[in-house]
Design a protein around this ligand. Sequence first.
Ligand SMILES: [Zn+2]
Length: 185
Amino acid sequence: MEFRCCDSTFKSEGEFKKHLGSRRRHYNVDSANISIEVQKGTIMNVLTSPRLLFGLMGNIVLSQEIGCQRPGYLMSGENVISVKVEGPFLEAGMIGYRINLQDQKVQYDISFKTSNLPGRSNITALVKMIVDIGRIGRIMPGQVIKALSNNVITPGKLIREFIEPAMKALEKLSESGRKEEVEAQ
Ligand SMILES: [Zn+2]
């Protein structure tokens, strides 16, 4: 079994444990290109609205807004974890969000970039997860591995199980919107 962490690959659990013990902060990244039949303007409206975006993703429920920080809840299997969401940050054509899990010292940086294709749009989604395993994690890397394989939402899982389905749902919604327009004429 291979382990990926901090842009490196570890061939055995022993090597990975050694790496985990070497520092407190670790990161993992994943990305995907999603192509859907929706106009770029519509996608931008969704990506820049936390309520619409996380509503479509379905795993994060936002509560009342406080300045640019929004407290909320992340649904992960049967667990409900309290989170803090910041964003959207607009930078160099990218739309970004930062999600902090309150108790777990886990942070996700999610960014999106959209581009036009003939008749459709392409969305590049990039997710970086930063985990602070703490002093105890450094001493007991086996516990960290167990936690990671059990209930932590990895960047790959966030993309495959939440972001991709959200974009597909958006495509379905805009498709039925177009049909209604045609039928109304
Ligand atoms: Zn690492």
